[in-house]
Design a protein. Structure first.
Length: 406
């Protein structure tokens, strides 16, 4: 395989768009990635040539839809190197997956006074579910501090453990800083203290190979739309023995074996956690996205994104008044920044006039913003289909924005 960014760009219809009369420069990949044509075609094919509900039908269309749906589960299993398909649960996304763990595992296996460790750089979806759990049963939430570069202070992490520590839940790649955390070491430390380890891989999946068996994480979550798939679908991976012990998160159709007014018998894994009609087209689209992603030259893609990070950092810092937020030694292609004298929201509006799409705000990481004593940042997040020339367009757009505020 040869990495050819211009050829790959042809797979993404959105990259042909014009915004305010300018070619679209899409630098908002950490919020959601663009979708290749094969994903759109796969979902369209389901809706136009084979729409049916899954699992309970005996007619041809239902059997075909079920086969496509369950084959998607196998593709996900292979992609993250899970041991069995029963360990793959389809959810709405990483957020629902984390809430499922908190309410199904946490609420049933933790008690008052037990401790949960997260980091200061977590997305709100890996903070709020644990806060809710703490309110429900009286657990204690502990936070790993970060340094001025936006890195976890590992020695401080180790000091947080006690005999009451039951869960460690951390992000692999920070969506607001780009920091790549040493998750394998974090997991090993958790296990050495008798705690389970949960990894939020929503941002990581497009930047690094995922092997849950090698990591030895107990749970891992991801979202389809962060990896070129559709919105509304995600994955919860869990070790089989843990999932077997957990009660269902929701009740309804398909998560049962039998129902009577005297009681209900739950279904086997993975269906025990998939109540109701699932996002069938989205699951099929996710499979297509993963299959597509695996055709790309990984080494070439990694090199290209590193070059984008380096070029973008250099181009932006050359603009007077720009300050990068998040300068970790281990970092992926996410650049958050502020510009002196311009609020990030105003900045985002101005660069949009040049066709540049960046994300502005707190990025669902308000504790990170508080740490750096800023209200928000502008964030340029790059994928493999971005180019150095697009980052130059952003830099020139920043210069133009500064002229407006002179």
């Amino acid at each position: 395989m040869i990495f050819n960014v211009q050829k790959l760009r042809q797979d993404f219809p959105n990259l042909n768009l014009q915004v305010h009369g300018k070619p679209l420069v899409y630098l908002d990949n950490a919020a959601t990635t663009l979708k290749p044509r094969c994903v759109i075609d796969a979902m369209n094919a389901y809706y136009t040539r084979g729409v049916a509900n899954v699992h309970r039908g005996v007619h041809y269309l239902s059997e075909q839809a079920t086969a496509a749906f369950e084959f998607s589960r196998q593709v996900v299993r292979q992609f993250i190197h899970a041991r069995r398909v029963e360990e793959i649960i389809f959810t709405k996304g990483a957020t629902e997956s984390l809430n499922l763990i908190a309410q199904s595992y946490g609420r049933n296996f933790l008690k008052k006074g037990d401790e949960i460790i997260i980091s200061h750089m977590e997305h709100h979806s890996n903070i709020v579910p644990w806060q809710i759990l703490c309110q429900q049963i009286g657990c204690v939430l502990k936070v790993i501090p970060i340094n001025d570069r936006g890195e976890i202070i590992f020695e401080e992490y180790l000091k947080l453990f006690s005999e009451k520590t039951k869960i460690v839940s951390v992000v692999w790649v920070s969506n607001s800083l780009g920091t790549v955390n040493p998750v394998k070491e974090i997991i090993a430390a958790a296990h050495s203290q008798g705690a389970i380890a949960i990894i939020d891989a929503a941002q990581a999946v497009t930047h690094t190979p995922v092997d849950v068996q090698e990591l030895d994480c107990d749970f891992l979550v991801l979202s389809g739309h962060k990896i070129f798939g559709p919105t509304g679908v995600g994955v919860l991976y869990g070790k089989e023995k843990l999932l077997e012990a957990m009660p269902p998160y929701q009740g309804g159709g398909d998560m049962i074996k039998s129902v009577s007014f005297s009681g209900t018998t739950y279904n086997t894994l993975p269906y025990k956690f998939e109540a109701g009609t699932p996002a069938i087209a989205e699951v099929i689209g996710l499979r297509s996205a993963l299959e597509y992603f695996q055709t790309i030259d990984w080494d070439g893609m990694k090199k290209h994104k590193q070059e984008l990070l380096e070029h973008g950092t250099k181009a932006l810092t050359a603009v007077e008044g720009v300050r990068i937020i998040g300068t970790a030694k281990e970092k992926t292609s996410i650049i958050s920044f502020v510009v002196e004298g311009i609020h990030p929201h105003d900045l985002g509006t101005l660069v949009d006039q040049d066709g540049v799409a960046v994300r502005t705000g707190h990025h669902c990481t308000q504790p990170v913003m508080e740490f750096f004593k800023i209200p928000a940042t502008a964030r340029a997040s790059m994928s493999f289909y971005n180019t150095k020339e697009e980052l130059d367009v952003l830099a020139h757009a920043l210069i133009r924005a500064k002229e407006v505020f002179k």
